[in-house]
Design a protein around this ligand. Structure first.
Ligand SMILES: NC(=O)c1ccc[n+]([C@@H]2O[C@H](COP(=O)([O-])OP(=O)(O)OC[C@H]3O[C@@H](n4cnc5c(N)ncnc54)[C@H](O)[C@@H]3O)[C@@H](O)[C@H]2O)c1
Length: 435
């Protein structure tokens, strides 16, 4: 099969055929279930929301995931993949349930706990239970093993408990599920190798096995590493105003050092993972995870800094109309979960400004979005919060005719400052402390 022009290795054949019950058919559970079915396993996919099951039956999957709808419908047709609203007896249970963050920044483990509880009446000696959800360290050894003990089974000897996290990116899930290297952690070495055997049927990347707590920690460390590195760049952007320099120049020059590779600053960190995963570590060891906590503080301060710069440019926010270009948390996608633009809007509106948001990628924001021309109409200022490639083609001179004011702050450096300034805009880039 070819995905995004890349050849995915020919389907692997495994000698062991398992019956598998996948609990939770969202972004992760559905492709995992379908891919396992395509390798010859009998897979029951289970979800508590009837609409989720209906949608899968009708259309397979969202068209945004290349190849997924076709794979799902094909496996349903073959009978190897079935759908259910209740867990079914199986050799292997795979838990793909949400682990959102609570307002107090603790992991909400209620979905995982409920999901594991729902399979307990079916659990038999010799079964495998694999957790794929992103979870705080020690969830497999404490929460999952603890629940297994409640029904009188020994979590180390009677069943095999493992943690097999995901690293995939929406939009490329099917490709990345099969090709990325994976870490799998077992409560026991036997559990880790049994889980590895199962995942080897479709993972062509390397599978590294370890204990379950290390694997849980690794999953969180990956996104925490990115959060800390972004925070470093964002702190440099903050410092640019103290020292009157352009942070972009400074970073570009510093990156000429062969062992320096500083990221670019921005208006904050968004998405459901980088902005969330560090809290799962911080919560478990708040006194030790100082750098992770500080990185979160620096990154969450950025929307406030953006609003302060804009407010200074405008001489206050009260009654000002702001055209916000970009709601998504990153360029060229429509995902606005935890997007800094949402926080920026909130702060602008609490300061008395009115925001009109334009984002050609976002379909449903939960509030009204505007076409570019409508957003610009009567705008006192423009704020660019996402680096969508389309924005590069916006004509500054044409926009100035529609707007009321001429202030613009580009937090992503996506627009060409010279041409906009030439057209008459008071143009600032975030992190240019010279302006
Ligand atoms: N989506 C990603 O790209 C991604 C990447 C890496 C890790 N993860 C992690 O994977 C886990 C799952 O994420 P997702 O994006 O697939 O979530 P999702 O919200 O897309 O899907 C979860 C599904 O579980 C169902 N569900 C809820 N409670 C249930 C229950 N008790 N029994 C059965 N079904 C139930 C929901 O109806 C939903 O369809 C999370 O921990 C997430 O952090 C996701």
């Amino acid at each position: 099969m070819k995905l995004r022009g890349k050849q995915v290795s020919p389907l692997l054949e495994t000698n062991s055929r398992f019956s598998i019950c996948v609990i939770g058919l969202g972004y992760i559970g559905l492709p995992t279930a379908a891919i396992l079915a395509s390798k010859g396993h009998n897979v029951a996919g289970m979800d508590v929301i009837p609409q989720v099951l209906d949608d899968i039956r009708k259309q397979g999957a969202t068209p945004e995931e290349p190849g997924l709808a076709q794979l799902v419908l094909g496996e349903l047709e073959s009978g190897r993949f079935t759908l259910s609203d209740k867990p079914e007896a199986a050799d292997v249970f795979i838990i793909c349930l949400p682990t959102p963050i609570l307002p107090n920044k603790k992991a909400d483990m209620s979905y995982v706990e409920k999901g594991v509880r729902s399979i307990l009446p079916l659990l038999q000696k010799g079964n495998m239970v694999i957790l794929e959800s992103t979870v705080p360290p020690r969830t497999t050894s404490d929460l999952v093993a603890g629940l297994v003990k409640e029904i009188g089974l020994d979590p180390e000897n009677d069943v095999d408990l493992a943690f097999a996290p995901e690293r995939v990116i929406p939009g490329d899930i099917l490709l990345e599920l099969s090709t990325l290297d994976r870490v799998i952690g077992g409560l026991t070495p036997k559990a880790a190798s049994r889980a590895k055997e199962l995942y080897s049927c479709f993972v062509t990347g390397e599978i590294v096995i370890t204990d379950s707590t290390t694997a849980e920690f690794v999953k969180l460390v990956e996104n925490s590493y990115r959060d800390v590195n972004i925070a470093f760049a964002n702190e440099l952007a903050q410092l640019s105003y103290d020292f009157g320099i352009d942070v972009r120049d400074a970073i570009q020059i510093a990156n000429r050092h062969p062992r320096v590779n500083i990221l670019q600053p921005g208006p904050g960190v968004g998405g459901h993972y980088i902005a969330v995963d560090p809290y799962f570590i911080i919560d478990g060891a708040p006194e030790t995870a100082r750098m992770l906590a500080l990185a979160r503080i620096v990154n969450t301060e950025m929307p406030g800094l953006v609003v302060k710069i804009l407010s200074d440019m405008l001489g206050g926010l009260q009654g000002k109309n702001i055209a916000i270009l970009g709601l998504a948390y990153k360029a060229d996608v429509g995902d606005c979960r935890e997007s800094p633009a949402l926080e920026i809007m909130k702060i602008l509106e609490s300061g008395g400004a009115k925001c009109k948001v334009h984002d050609p990628y976002v379909k449903n924001a939960g509030f009204e979005l505007y076409e570019l021309a409508e957003a610009m109409e009567d705008a006192d200022a423009v704020l660019v919060t996402t680096g969508h490639s389309d924005f590069k083609n916006i004509n500054g001179a044409e926009m100035l005719e529609k707007a009321k004011g001429n202030s613009i702050l580009d937090t992503r450096r996506v627009l060409d400052r010279d041409s906009w300034a030439k057209a008459g805009w008071d143009f600032r880039y975030l992190g240019d402390g010279r302006s």
